[in-house]
Design a protein around this ligand. Sequence first.
Ligand SMILES: NC(=O)c1ccc[n+]([C@@H]2O[C@H](COP(=O)([O-])OP(=O)(O)OC[C@H]3O[C@@H](n4cnc5c(N)ncnc54)[C@H](O)[C@@H]3O)[C@@H](O)[C@H]2O)c1
Length: 329
Amino acid sequence: MRVLVTGGAGYIGSVVTEELTGQGHDAVVYDNLGKGHVQAIDRETPLVRAELADRDALCHALSHYRIEAVIHMAADSLVGESYSDPQKYYRNNVGAGLSLLDAMKDCGVARLVFSSTAAVYGEPEKQPIEEADPVRPTNPYGDTKLALERALQWYGEAYGLCHASLRYFNAAGASRRCGEWHHPETHLIPRVLEVAAARRDFVEIHGDDYPTRDGTCVRDYVHVIDLARAHVLALGLLDDRSAIYNLGCGGSGYSVLEVIETARAVTGREIPLRFGPRRPGDPAVLIASSEKIRRELGWDPQFQQLEAMIGSAWAWMQAHPRGYDSTGD
Ligand SMILES: NC(=O)c1ccc[n+]([C@@H]2O[C@H](COP(=O)([O-])OP(=O)(O)OC[C@H]3O[C@@H](n4cnc5c(N)ncnc54)[C@H](O)[C@@H]3O)[C@@H](O)[C@H]2O)c1
């Protein structure tokens, strides 16, 4: 299949692109490189450097490369920033997202895999979270993702667009070539590894009095390669139907302290930590159930252990000490 990957120069999108080409598909990356890295894209893979809101550029890319399906990863995705600058999030994640749907409609491309988020569930009433559970996002980021999911449903009914929305919490780990290199970095695992690499002094833990096994928050992590495989797998269902799937680690999640302990074991380094107060709005536990995608599509994640996620992220960091800035690969 010929697949356009929006956000394909970003952390997860670059691994999705790698997975697509590895499975014999033709991938084209569409990215403005605002947060993405040209070094994350294989030289054989075409890059269209353009804005998602640029409908003409999108239409040109869709028709020029005779695209058959789109995997939509391009978005702004920092929860904190979405509170302080909701306009940016609604414009990019909803407004520009709609320009993609319109361009697909104009060009007759009727298959879309959407990288959504488990933040659409807000503060869930039960764990693990299932797809039929209520969606009540508690931040603008989650709300913008839900808005596009809703648009997909109506575009699907009216225009025959087949779509799969994938909802997940925390991507983690790296492939051999592609890793996580965000500025600023807000995700726990790379921040912990930055402390191990002596680029940061300590890890701050927000709260140690949650009703969890060690008092710190418990979260769900999915290896970025397993995520990429789920996105490619979801393409296969889009001939005549649409669906929503959660992607989760499948067990009881990992606490913040467990992440730090595992990182100490994997790296063999000191990782100093400090406890701070709870952050408002942080639920004690967030875990997504993946039963539906396992049952319906046979998704079979290979790297569910924290050691595999942290080990691959550490290996990538060691091989790219200044991230994509230094490698030239
Ligand atoms: N990282 C996670 O843990 C996580 C969890 C759940 C969902 N997601 C979703 O997965 C997707 C990818 O996340 P990521 O961590 O790889 O983010 P990222 O910031 O590394 O990648 C996003 C990419 O999209 C591009 N982009 C953003 N806006 C664009 C625009 N208007 N036009 C063109 N390109 C644009 C950026 O340049 C970047 O390369 C996002 O949609 C995010 O909401 C991520």
